[in-house]
Design a binder for this molecule. Structure first.
Ligand SMILES: C[S@@+](CC[C@H](N)C(=O)[O-])C[C@H]1O[C@@H](n2cnc3c(N)ncnc32)[C@H](O)[C@@H]1O
Length: 270
C-alpha cells in the first residue's frame, strides 16, 4: 500500500499530476476547467483500477501507450454528428458563405477540434451541394491522433447521419454495413492534422474558422487567449463560428462583432 501522505500527493495529487502530464505530453491540463476535468479523469482511472492521480500517472499513463491514448480520448467528450444544430448550418450556408465568397473565390477554412470529422465533412458537402464546386481548402485539426485516424477513414454509424436527408446520404456516402463511408470526393477536400489549440501555433489567412464544443472545457483565461489567436488567424471580414453554448461575451475586445448568433466577424487586426 502506497503512503500517499508521505509522497506529498494527497493534498496536491491533481496539481502534481498536471505537471507530470505536461512534461510527458505537452498538454497543460491547468488550462482546462478543473472540477470538470478532475471528475472525468477520476471516473476513468477508477474504472481502470487506479487509486489516485499519482497511481494513474506512474502505473498507467507513464507505462502503457494504450492508456495514454485512452486518456486523451477521455479528457473531453468526442461526440460529434453531421449537421449538428441544423439551423446554424443553414445560417452558414445561406448567409455567411455567400458573403465570404464575394471577397474570395477560394475559401480557406479551418475546422478546429474536429473530433471524428463530421464537422469538416458537413462543410465540404454544403459547399458542394449549395455551391456546386470544391474550390475551397479545409484544414481539420484535433489534439487526439486516434480520433483523427477515425476521421480520415470516414466511416460512420447511422446515428451520426441522423440529420442528413437520404438524397444527401446517397450522393456523398457509400453504404458499408453496419454504417456508411464518406465518398472520396468529400474526403479529398479535407486535410487532417494534429494540433493543440492551447499550445501550437495557428496558421493564418483563413476566411472561416469553425470551433465548436471545445472552448467550454477551457478556463476563461485560456479562452481569451484563443479568441485573440483566432483573430490573428482570420482575414479581416472572416468569420469565427462557435458552438451553441459558446457565445463570446465581449467580442469587440477580441476584434470581432456578432454577424449572427454564434457567428463573429473579424472587424480589425489586433
Ligand atoms: C465535443 S468534441 C467537438 C467536435 C465538433 N467540433 C463538434 O462540435 O461536433 C471536442 C473535441 O475537442 C478536442 N480537444 C480537446 N482539447 C483540445 C485542444 N487543446 N486542442 C485541440 N482539440 C482539443 C477533443 O479531442 C475532441 O475531439
Amino acid at each position: 500500500m502506497k503512503n500517499l501522505e508521505d509522497s506529498g500527493y494527497s493534498q496536491n495529487d491533481y496539481h502534481h499530476f498536471i505537471k507530470e502530464v505536461k512534461k510527458k505530453t505537452g498538454i497543460d491540463l491547468a488550462l482546462y476547467k478543473e472540477a470538470q476535468m478532475k471528475r472525468r479523469l477520476m471516473s476513468f482511472y477508477e474504472k481502470r483500477g487506479f487509486t489516485s492521480f499519482q497511481d494513474f500517472f506512474q502505473n498507467g499513463l507513464n507505462k502503457d501507450e494504450d492508456i495514454l491514448a485512452e486518456f486523451l480520448e477521455r479528457m473531453t467528450i468526442n461526440v460529434s454528428e453531421f449537421y449538428r444544430n441544423p439551423k446554424r448550418w443553414d445560417v452558414l450556408s445561406e448567409q455567411i458563405i455567400p458573403r465570404l465568397k464575394q471577397n474570395s473565390n477560394h475559401l480557406k477554412i479551418w475546422s478546429a477540434a474536429c473530433s471524428t470529422g463530421e464537422e469538416p465533412y458537413t462543410l465540404s458537402m454544403i459547399l458542394m451541394e449549395k455551391f456546386g464546386e470544391n474550390r475551397h481548402t479545409i484544414l481539420a485539426t484535433d489534439i487526439d491522433e486516434v480520433i483523427l485516424k477515425r476521421a480520415r477513414s470516414g466511416l460512420y454509424s447511422d446515428r451520426a447521419l441522423k440529420e442528413l436527408s437520404s438524397e444527401v446520404i446517397n450522393r456523398y456516402f457509400i453504404r458499408e454495413d453496419p454504417g456508411y463511408r464518406v465518398r472520396d470526393k468529400v474526403k479529398n477536400t479535407v486535410t487532417y492534422r494534429k494540433h493543440n489549440l492551447l499550445a501550437d501555433t495557428y496558421d493564418t489567412g483563413f476566411d472561416l474558422i469553425i470551433c465548436r464544443n471545445v472552448l467550454i472545457y477551457f478556463t476563461e483565461e485560456a479562452k481569451q487567449e484563443i479568441y485573440l489567436k483566432f483573430n490573428r488567424a482570420l482575414k479581416v471580414g472572416g468569420i469565427l463560428f462557435v458552438g451553441s453554448t459558446e457565445q463570446i461575451f465581449n467580442p469587440a475586445r477580441y476584434g470581432f462583432e456578432a454577424e449572427d448568433t454564434f457567428f463573429y466577424k473579424k472587424v480589425n487586426n489586433l
